[in-house]
Write a protein that binds this ligand. Sequence first.
Ligand SMILES: [Fe+2]
Ligand SMILES: [Fe+2]
Length: 360
Amino acid sequence: MNSMQDILEANILIVNDSKADLMLFEQILRGAGYSAITSANPCEVFASHLKNRYDLILLDLQMQNMDGFEIMKRLRAIEKEGCLPVIVITSYPEERSLALKEGASDFISKPIEIAEVLARVHNMLKVRLLHHILLNYNTILEKEVQKKTLDLQLRAADLQEGYLETIFTMTRAAELKDEDTGAHVKRISYYSRELAKILGMDEKFIDTIFYASPMHDIGKIGIPDCILLKPCGFVADEWKIMQEHPAMGEKILGDSKSFYLKMGSEIALNHHERWDGSGYPNGIKGEDIPFCARIMNICDIYDALRSKRPYKPAFDHQKTLEIIIYGDSRTHPKHFDPLILDVFKRNHQLFCDIFDEYEA
Ligand SMILES: [Fe+2]
Ligand SMILES: [Fe+2]
């Protein structure tokens, strides 16, 4: 709330081409305790208000050199919020409503009555100063909201960084147990991201699969080295244990609230499932297999075919392409989601480029 003191210290401009009238108004206002009063002739008003932003302009409408309405028109270019801090002084009743229409806040009728002048000036300043307080309050509030938003964004970025570090640490732990270097999981991130983009997935999905897909084999942490590192030919029992790594991966990543770990868990459990139901661990098929796992599966197979394994040499891009499209003794096109396979066929060069760029 503004105090009486604030009102008496408000900046007031009196505009009149009659020196006698200027003195009269100044005397009335000073007599009532107002202290910041300036007088101006009509030609100086615009420049003076631009510089000083008066809280109140007492404007006589009947002046010889310049029309009071013309002055209000020019003031509106500065005060864009509509209501001008102007009280007009006029002898003509018909001018009062016209002046209010043109943006004046109030009027004083001539011949003047001192009590009326003081009451209208006081009321107008009270409203004007409250308006200023409200504007300032809004600015302070906006700044506070901006600061809080920035703080929250920084905190979210911190948390995200923490999550991603955890993910990479766990992925590295799984790699140590396997024959792969970090290059395989890195390439998987890039293949999956590009495939998700071409498939028209939204930004959140694309970002999530980039970080979630490297965790697909995290369950291998739980597989004994004597089985995991065996150069070739698992016996039936060993193969059974090996097939437990998807479920172990799901368990390790758990039922997390983080969307990275959630998708990571889904991919880990389902990355060996096949579209025709011949995969493991659950033998689910078609659209029962989560979409992220279907994307990841073709990326994993492409990269495994391109890489040397204990049971096979590394194949070049062309041979890998032929195996995925036409099949061989281990891989068959029926294993893949037909839509994803089609996108792969039309964009296979992308896979080759990523493999070349991130070759170990
Ligand atoms: Fe696997
Ligand atoms: Fe893999």
